[in-house]
Each structure stands twice: as C-alpha cells, then as structure tokens.
Design a protein around this ligand. Structure first.
Ligand SMILES: [Zn+2]
Length: 75
C-alpha cells in the first residue's frame, strides 16, 4: 500500500512502481468513481496497451486500430 496526499487542485501521485506494474503511461485515460465509500481509479479495459488511446467499444483487442496498422507495416 502507498500513502499519498491530495493537493489543492485535487490531484494525487500514483507511485511509479505502481504505474509500471499496471502499465499506466502518460496520457492513459483513467476512470475515477466512488464505490462503497472508496475512491476507485481504474484503466478502462478498452485502453490500447501501446499508445493508451481509447479503443472503440465492442473490441476484445488490446491494441487500437492505429497501432495494429503500424505493426503490420513494420515488415
Ligand atoms: Zn494504440
């Protein structure tokens, strides 16, 4: 567990070790909501694992179309 403080603008710092463990990069969209008196912060399951763009709904892919195309064009 990590302890952090809310700053005057309402921000918190997520420790780098936790960001690495959860593969949270700069710009990664996060969902924040209250549940049972707790604050929950989670990465949407629809977030591209390479560029962190939101993947259109209904896809089971871990990558967005743009990243898939870039990988296809590498060869
Ligand atoms: Zn992507």
């Amino acid at each position: 567990m990590y302890n952090t403080k809310l700053d005057k603008l309402g921000r918190i710092v997520i420790p780098v070790s936790l960001r690495r463990e959860l593969e949270l990069g700069v710009g990664c969209p996060l969902e924040v909501y209250a549940e049972g008196g707790r604050i929950v912060i989670r990465r949407p399951s629809t977030c591209c694992r390479l560029c962190y763009a939101t993947i259109d709904g209904g896809s089971d892919s871990l990558l967005c179309e743009s990243c898939i195309e870039k990988i296809k064009n590498l060869s």
